[in-house]
Write a protein that binds this ligand. Structure first.
Ligand code: ADP
Ligand code: MG
Length: 455
């Protein structure tokens, strides 16, 4: 039995019973994917949405379907990639053409797959804080390999490095389908390099990276202390540079602050043009908020936007998060978002001193105390559950609240590898997403850390 008709009927009955705003908020983002036996698979935009749906609406849906089909229907959920409007479809077409013409160049497909279609130069908002970096990117996109090479872009967390480097990749890819654009975080470069050593596939690795026209490496600071990988990048750099291929690197700190970095590599990386991203002024923050709001179909008053722009000054990622939080709150509770509501929402998440003031050992102390452990336990070798989870929480919070790289965080936990930190962050992120009570616990820890950092 195909359950699609029953699903449609369920929706039309619910629509009649429910508040119109609520109905369209919940069910317009929910899509019927398929059915098999007595199971329906729905696609949802986010894990958060899925949890809200399960908590609030699943019972009603099951009830209605039982009534209509006479069977107990089960649900499965699949996560959609965030925002795949028609825009994304258009930009994926040239890609499939490239693929069929050039089956021997998997690199092209890979690069495209890794570029977020939402990161474009067109939607990069330009202010005094980033206009130089932006214009470098525009020039390079028009004449890759010649305009400025290499391009070294640096700036703090959430200031738009990844957006800009990917936008540059998207622009080049769009201008010239044949151009092989490769984007990757430096951490992936490390991992691939190491596994090529292990699997004795070094020459495949070398070929892969030396056959590209544009190499974009994000978060180059993650190569600190990675001597062998630095050496490999040095060779890759030279090969590409001599062949006039475009190279772009981003870093969360200026080149002179990169530690444990081979001098000759550093001098290569910075021999082209260097640009930084600064914090946007509050007027630019307001423009960013207005633009994001419009693109996501949100409606918030100017007064609320100004409040957010004035109060969230850390970076653009936080700005977007504040906007999303306020909007989601209004939508879920079906409340109008007044200044007071916005203030309340902002207070709970973004109160506190700026990120720079938070030290690693403060986070370690807060997490250790709240678990009745000592800081030494977090740094030590023991791997019992009672210690491992708090250790992972501490790593996650440090990555959330400070600008330290995974490599540096690892060193502060008894010299652990950065991949251990990445794994910890991933694990906690998943847990936050799936367990509301755990999320609250994390929020409380964040508040405690911020309070203590401020006092
Ligand atoms: P970084 O890599 O520096 O940590 P990201 O590039 O991930 O920062 O940016 C964080 C978020 O802010 C992303 O959603 C990005 O699209 C957005 N963002 C950053 N800078 C801009 C900008 N100038 N215009 C529009 N969105 C921006
Ligand atoms: Mg980034």
């Amino acid at each position: 039995m195909n359950l699609q008709d029953f699903w449609n009927e369920t929706l039309s009955q619910l629509k009649a019973d429910m508040d119109e705003g609520e109905f369209s908020f919940v069910f317009s983002s929910l899509q019927f994917e398929s059915s098999a036996g007595s199971r329906i698979t729905l696609s949802v935009p986010s894990a958060f949405f899925r949890e809200q749906l399960k908590g609030k609406y699943l019972g009603i849906l099951e009830e209605k379907l039982l009534e209509l089909t006479g069977q107990k229907i089960e649900f499965a959920f699949s996560l959609r990639k965030p925002e795949t409007p028609p825009k994304a479809e258009v930009s994926s077409q040239p890609e499939s053409r490239t693929d069929s013409q050039k089956p021997l160049k998997p690199a092209a497909r890979r690069a495209h797959v890794q570029l977020n279609p939402d990161y474009t130069l067109e939607n990069y908002i330009v202010g005094k804080n980033n206009e130089f970096a932006y214009s470098c990117a525009v020039s390079i996109s028009k004449d890759p390999g010649n305009a400025y090479n290499p391009f070294f872009l640096y700036g703090g967390v959430g200031l738009g490095k990844t957006h800009l480097i990917q936008a540059l990749g998207n622009a080049i890819h769009r201008n010239n389908e044949k151009s092989v654009v490769m984007y990757l975080p430096a951490e992936s470069f490390v991992n691939e390099f190491l596994s090529s050593l292990q699997n004795k596939t070094q020459s495949a690795f070398k070929n892969k990276y030396r056959n590209v026209d544009v190499l974009l490496i994000d978060d180059i600071h993650d190569l600190q202390n990675k001597k062998d990988t630095q050496e490999e990048l040095f060779n890759t750099f030279n090969a590409l540079y001599e062949a006039k291929k475009q190279l772009v690197f981003t870093s969360d700190r200026p080149p002179q602050e990169l530690k444990a970095f081979a001098e000759r590599l550093l001098s290569r990386l910075t021999r082209g043009i260097i640009a930084d991203l600064q914090l946007p002024t509050w007027e630019t923050r307001l423009v960013i908020l207005r633009t994001k709001m419009a693109s996501k179909g949100m409606r918030l008053s100017d007064a609320v936007l100004e409040l957010v722009a004035r109060n969230v000054s850390t970076n653009i990622r936080d700005l977007e998060a504040a906007l999303n939080k306020i909007w989601a709150y209004g939508e879920l509770l079906n409340r109008e978002i007044t200044i007071e509501v916005a203030q309340e929402q902002l207070k709970s998440v973004f109160a506190g001193p700026s990120q720079q003031n938070i030290a690693i050992d403060l986070v370690q102390r807060v997490v250790a105390e709240s678990h009745n452990l000592g800081v030494q336990d977090l740094k030590g070798k023991k791997r019992t559950q009672a210690i491992t989870l708090p250790r992972q929480i501490a790593m996650y919070l440090i990555r959330e609240l400070t600008e330290y790289s995974t490599t540096e965080v690892g060193m502060e936990f008894g010299g652990r590898d950065h991949t251990t930190v990445m794994h910890a962050v991933q694990k906690i992120e998943d847990k936050v997403r799936t367990e509301p009570s755990f999320e609250i616990k994390i929020q409380n820890l964040i508040r405690t850390v911020r309070d203590r950092a401020g006092s």
